[in-house]
Design a protein around this ligand. Structure first.
Ligand SMILES: *Cc1c(COP(=O)(O)O)cnc(C)c1O
Length: 362
């Protein structure tokens, strides 16, 4: 690593592969895909896709066609599916690239089937059934129509019928069982095909939520799929930043924009080059902490665009050039998220493009 990097994001590919293997053990009823939308939740879809393929993962989901196109040559033998559906006119691009759309409406089914019949080929696709999210997928009425007119699927090679759980991270929410039952009823009315149900948290709901293909995303990257309980996943990233400058400020000094933090004692303030433009949320102002050598050092004052300031008065070993862990073993991504008033998914997907990225295990 060149010495000039002032903020480094370390991504542990073996920890990601380990988390995938954990999901495989938790989901003995079928295979386990990797959901790699949003650049693999900010960690880098190309590298992650290749590493997980080497670990044995054979099914990859993304949200957009362009995301799939970028990954297609990197994992040529994996199923590559686009969750967000099929725009009119895009079918030839999917079939030419060997990418499977997730069809979420009769319009999309007709579009894909018409294209398949025109080519005289069976073209692979997944079918998304809405069981309660009310976001994407066939409505119950559309399932009725399709059950009555199964020839609409002529030419479609159904890889999986899938649905998406609304509240899998809340195991006591009765909507989980409701969705599972609605899904089973819908599948029974549709042509026989493998099924895909659980996301990360869904893999922890027990055998009744098993299917032919689980679709975890966040847990692969270390986000806790069991909020409020110990995290069963391995941490996969560490965000470190070096202290650019240290200043000694007197009692009563204010730090940063608008002076929203005031020193209650003579203090040592360390400035690091990570700010909200790097996805370190501005509303962590006066709320976050970093770790120096295992010791928490509070973030003080406003997070600015490219800089943040920490009170290192109680960490006398920290000097100019020392590294602070903004995310890491002592400050998990879920804790950063809690302090920012969001979830780990949002922290990960906002991780900035300016960090020097170091892949461990590449
Ligand atoms: C994002 C997504 C997933 C993965 O969800 P996680 O909670 O990150 O495991 C699975 N299925 C669908 C349809 C999704 O949109």
């Amino acid at each position: 690593m060149a010495s000039s990097a002032s903020a480094v994001l370390e991504i542990d590919l073996e920890a990601i592969a380990d988390n995938w293997r954990t999901m495989c053990r938790l989901h003995p009823s079928g295979s386990v895909a990797a959901v790699l939308k949003a650049d693999a939740y900010g960690l880098g879809a190309p590298v992650v896709a290749q590493h997980l393929f080497a670990a044995g993962c054979r099914h990859v989901f993304v949200a957009h066609l362009d995301e799939a196109r970028a990954l297609r040559p990197l994992v040529p033998r994996a199923m590559l599916a686009v969750l967000n559906g099929l725009w009119p006119g895009d079918a030839p691009e999917y079939s030419a690239a060997g990418i499977a759309p997730v069809l979420g409406s009769l319009v999309e089914i007709d579009e894909w089937a018409t294209h398949a019949r025109a080519l005289g080929r069976i073209l692979p696709a997944l079918l998304h059934v809405d069981t309660g999210m009310n976001r994407l997928g066939l409505s119950p009425e559309e399932v009725d129509t399709l059950a009555a007119e199964p020839a609409r699927l002529d030419g479609v090679g159904l890889l999986f019928v899938m649905t998406h759980l609304v509240s899998a991270e809340l195991p006591d929410d009765p909507v989980n069982a409701l969705q599972r039952d609605r899904f089973a009823r819908a599948c029974a009315r549709l042509p026989a095909a493998p099924r895909s149900l659980a996301n990360s948290s869904g893999c922890f709901l027990g055998a009744a939520f098993g299917s032919d293909l689980a679709r975890p995303g966040a847990a692969l990257f270390g986000v806790n799929p069991l909020p409020g309980q110990p995290n069963p996943m391995r941490a996969t990233l560490r965000l470190r930043a070096r202290i650019l400058q240290i200043r000694n400020v007197p009692l009563g000094a204010r730090v940063g924009y608008n002076g929203v933090w005031t020193a209650q004692r003579p203090s040592r303030i360390a400035t690091v080059s990570v700010g909200y433009a790097d996805g370190y949320p501005r509303n962590l102002t006066n709320r976050a902490a970093a770790c120096f050598d295992g010791q928490a050092v509070p973030l003080v004052g406003r997070v600015s665009m490219d800089l943040s300031t920490f009170d290192i008065t109680d960490a006398p070993g920290a000097v100019t050039g020392s590294w602070l862990d903004l995310i890491g073993p002592g400050m998990p991504v879920d804790e950063v998220a809690r302090r920012a008033g969001t979830n780990g998914y949002e922290i990960l997907t906002q991780l900035g493009a300016r960090y020097r990225r170091v892949y461990l295990g590449a």
